[in-house]
Design a protein around this ligand. Sequence first.
Ligand code: NAP
Ligand code: F7E
Length: 325
Amino acid sequence: MKKAFITGITGQDGSYLAEFLLNKGYQVYGLTRRTSTQNFARISHLIHNPKLELISGDLIDQNSLTFALKETQPDEIYNLAAQSFVQASWEQPVLTGEFTALGVIRVLEAMRLACPQAKFYQASSSEMFGKVRETPQNENTPFYPRSPYGVAKVYGHWITVNYRESYDLFAVSGLLFNHESPRRGLEFVTRKIANAVARIKLGKQQYVELGNLESKRDWGYAKDYVKAMWLMLQQDQPEDFVIATGETHSVKEFLSIACEIADLGDWQKVFKHNPKFDRPAEVDVLIGDASKAKKKLNWQPSVSFKELVALMVNAEIAEEKQRKE
Ligand code: NAP
Ligand code: F7E
């Protein structure tokens, strides 16, 4: 039985990855940090599974990471934990650097000492391309991050490459473009729109306040993307991969299709601009070229943009119908 260790198991990707690995028969260990109220909402359906064990630790605490890896001796390590919200990275830039950048080297150091034979996955991001140097972006496109988050991810990416080259570790970096789902945090634009549109439809809210509607993203479905993480660790050679749909759509398009799906009519009737959600430096347009992943991993996305918007809006309508105000 293979053993996997996931940091960030309580997050969107961590919860889907845990499900995916448990279905494959893995023993899964998940790192969770201590909070005064439990935040296991995304994994509540998994916590009684005998093949899942939660281990207490924090990316900021080296000993907790080394101890967790010494105890569990995993075959695969997925480093998904991070301060992952770009906007918050301007409000908490130092914390973002601690978690999202230095957190990576702490996990790598723990692995080097406790289980150097394991395979390591680093959750890199299309935000590293930022003010893009070429279109579409592939594994060789130079980085130009535009936020403290993007800069921290560039560190995480290069330290992963460096540990692979310095210590001959099986360490890879997945350069994943935006991926969404009903489990996305409410602060991210897709879930924020899907939730607001559902609430407007049910008469609980009148409009949605957003920032820049013109920015464009390559949006895929999170469940497809966690499979790509696993595939990267099943290869014989450690290599980095871009994971993306190859399509780009604006925030405005997302909003307009969401309104269409919920039968709200013209999106302009429910939209208000709030400069609070504009960013000090924006990433205008991202579009990924995942042809290497298609060729070597036999990976491709299974959910189209329109299907993604529909599945998110419909999930929010169902959820909001249940929720008591
Ligand atoms: P998410 O929902 O925000 O989850 C982040 C996870 O990290 C949570 O489980 C969180 O735990 C944990 N965490 C944060 N700080 C920690 C710390 N100091 N110690 C231990 N755990 C900590 O993020 P996601 O969307 O699943 O993304 C997963 C990873 O992929 C992240 O590294 C993100 O930056 C990266 N990424 C995401 C996307 C995307 O579109 N989703 C694209 C590219 C890369 P709590 O529950 O306790 O807060
Ligand atoms: O913003 C614009 C905003 O916060 C998308 C993270 O998972 O993907 C994610 O980062 C766009 C931006 O995601 C609002 O300005 C407009 O242009 O949903 P987001 P993100 O910044 O692309 C990457 C790949 C990651 O790695 C990150 O971890 O939408 N936008 N109005 C807004 N965004 C938000 N959040 N809220 C608004 O009201």
